[in-house]
Design a protein around this ligand. Structure first.
Ligand SMILES: [Zn+2]
Length: 133
Protein backbone atom coordinates (compact mmCIF):
# COMPACT_ATOMS: atom_id res chain seq x y z
CA UNK A 1 0.00 0.00 0.00
CA UNK A 2 1.39 3.38 -0.96
CA UNK A 3 1.11 6.36 1.39
CA UNK A 4 2.62 8.86 -0.96
CA UNK A 5 1.17 12.23 -1.63
CA UNK A 6 4.08 13.01 -3.91
CA UNK A 7 4.99 12.39 -7.50
CA UNK A 8 7.45 9.53 -7.00
CA UNK A 9 7.40 6.30 -5.03
CA UNK A 10 10.63 6.48 -3.02
CA UNK A 11 10.55 7.00 0.72
CA UNK A 12 10.75 10.65 1.73
CA UNK A 13 13.15 9.88 4.60
CA UNK A 14 15.73 7.57 3.00
CA UNK A 15 14.96 8.08 -0.69
CA UNK A 16 16.11 4.53 -1.40
CA UNK A 17 13.09 2.22 -1.01
CA UNK A 18 9.47 2.38 -2.16
CA UNK A 19 7.33 4.26 0.33
CA UNK A 20 4.87 1.68 1.59
CA UNK A 21 3.14 1.98 4.97
CA UNK A 22 5.33 -0.87 6.25
CA UNK A 23 8.48 0.92 5.12
CA UNK A 24 7.48 4.41 6.28
CA UNK A 25 6.52 3.36 9.82
CA UNK A 26 8.85 0.41 10.44
CA UNK A 27 11.46 -0.79 7.96
CA UNK A 28 12.98 2.57 6.97
CA UNK A 29 16.57 2.99 8.21
CA UNK A 30 15.60 6.45 9.48
CA UNK A 31 12.59 5.12 11.43
CA UNK A 32 13.41 1.66 12.80
CA UNK A 33 16.08 2.94 15.26
CA UNK A 34 13.51 5.37 16.70
CA UNK A 35 11.25 2.48 17.83
CA UNK A 36 14.25 0.82 19.51
CA UNK A 37 15.19 4.08 21.20
CA UNK A 38 11.58 4.50 22.35
CA UNK A 39 11.47 0.98 23.84
CA UNK A 40 14.83 1.64 25.55
CA UNK A 41 13.63 4.97 26.97
CA UNK A 42 10.40 3.44 28.30
CA UNK A 43 12.32 0.53 29.86
CA UNK A 44 14.95 2.78 31.46
CA UNK A 45 12.39 5.16 32.98
CA UNK A 46 9.50 2.82 33.86
CA UNK A 47 11.06 -0.67 33.86
CA UNK A 48 8.25 -1.71 31.50
CA UNK A 49 9.50 -4.01 28.76
CA UNK A 50 7.92 -3.35 25.38
CA UNK A 51 8.85 -5.06 22.16
CA UNK A 52 7.59 -3.05 19.24
CA UNK A 53 7.04 -4.98 16.03
CA UNK A 54 5.74 -4.27 12.55
CA UNK A 55 2.42 -5.77 13.62
CA UNK A 56 2.10 -3.71 16.82
CA UNK A 57 3.12 -0.51 15.07
CA UNK A 58 0.63 -1.01 12.24
CA UNK A 59 -2.25 -2.74 14.01
CA UNK A 60 -1.83 -1.95 17.69
CA UNK A 61 -0.22 -3.54 20.71
CA UNK A 62 -2.23 -6.57 21.77
CA UNK A 63 -0.05 -8.07 24.52
CA UNK A 64 -2.05 -8.33 27.69
CA UNK A 65 -0.45 -5.66 29.87
CA UNK A 66 -2.02 -3.16 32.25
CA UNK A 67 -0.55 -0.33 30.20
CA UNK A 68 -1.69 -1.61 26.81
CA UNK A 69 -3.89 1.45 26.19
CA UNK A 70 -1.02 3.82 26.99
CA UNK A 71 1.30 1.89 24.65
CA UNK A 72 -1.26 2.09 21.85
CA UNK A 73 -1.62 5.85 22.41
CA UNK A 74 2.17 6.18 22.26
CA UNK A 75 2.26 4.20 18.99
CA UNK A 76 -0.44 6.43 17.46
CA UNK A 77 1.27 9.65 18.56
CA UNK A 78 4.65 8.49 17.25
CA UNK A 79 3.14 7.45 13.90
CA UNK A 80 1.46 10.83 13.64
CA UNK A 81 4.77 12.52 14.50
CA UNK A 82 6.50 10.54 11.72
CA UNK A 83 3.77 11.51 9.25
CA UNK A 84 3.91 15.15 10.42
CA UNK A 85 7.69 15.21 9.85
CA UNK A 86 7.18 13.85 6.36
CA UNK A 87 4.58 16.53 5.60
CA UNK A 88 6.88 19.23 7.03
CA UNK A 89 9.80 17.95 4.95
CA UNK A 90 12.13 16.97 7.80
CA UNK A 91 13.46 13.75 9.30
CA UNK A 92 12.08 12.68 12.68
CA UNK A 93 14.49 12.48 15.61
CA UNK A 94 14.13 10.86 19.01
CA UNK A 95 14.25 14.14 20.97
CA UNK A 96 11.36 15.31 18.79
CA UNK A 97 9.40 12.13 19.57
CA UNK A 98 9.96 12.58 23.30
CA UNK A 99 8.81 16.17 23.29
CA UNK A 100 5.82 15.40 21.04
CA UNK A 101 4.75 12.59 23.41
CA UNK A 102 5.04 14.95 26.40
CA UNK A 103 3.12 17.63 24.50
CA UNK A 104 0.28 15.16 23.76
CA UNK A 105 0.23 13.90 27.35
CA UNK A 106 -0.12 17.48 28.60
CA UNK A 107 -2.92 18.22 26.13
CA UNK A 108 -4.80 15.17 27.38
CA UNK A 109 -4.12 16.12 31.00
CA UNK A 110 -5.29 19.71 30.65
CA UNK A 111 -8.21 18.91 28.34
CA UNK A 112 -9.91 16.53 30.72
CA UNK A 113 -12.27 17.65 33.43
CA UNK A 114 -10.24 18.22 36.62
CA UNK A 115 -12.72 16.24 38.74
CA UNK A 116 -12.26 13.17 36.54
CA UNK A 117 -8.58 13.62 35.79
CA UNK A 118 -7.44 10.62 37.87
CA UNK A 119 -9.85 8.25 36.13
CA UNK A 120 -9.10 9.59 32.64
CA UNK A 121 -5.35 9.61 33.18
CA UNK A 122 -5.24 6.21 34.91
CA UNK A 123 -4.03 4.60 31.68
CA UNK A 124 -0.87 6.72 31.96
CA UNK A 125 -0.15 5.84 35.59
CA UNK A 126 2.53 3.16 34.88
CA UNK A 127 4.19 5.52 32.40
CA UNK A 128 3.69 8.86 34.12
CA UNK A 129 7.43 9.16 34.85
CA UNK A 130 8.05 9.49 31.12
CA UNK A 131 6.19 12.78 31.04
CA UNK A 132 6.92 14.23 34.46
CA UNK A 133 10.70 14.37 34.60
ZN1 LIG B 1 12.87 5.02 4.00
Amino acid sequence: MNVGIKDHDDCFFCDSKPETIEHLFWYCDQIFPLWNALAHWIRSVTEIEIEFSLESVLLGYTNCMPCKNAINCIILVVKFFIYKCKMEGRNPDFAGIQSYLKFNYNIEKFACDFAHQDKILSKWKPMKKLFCQ
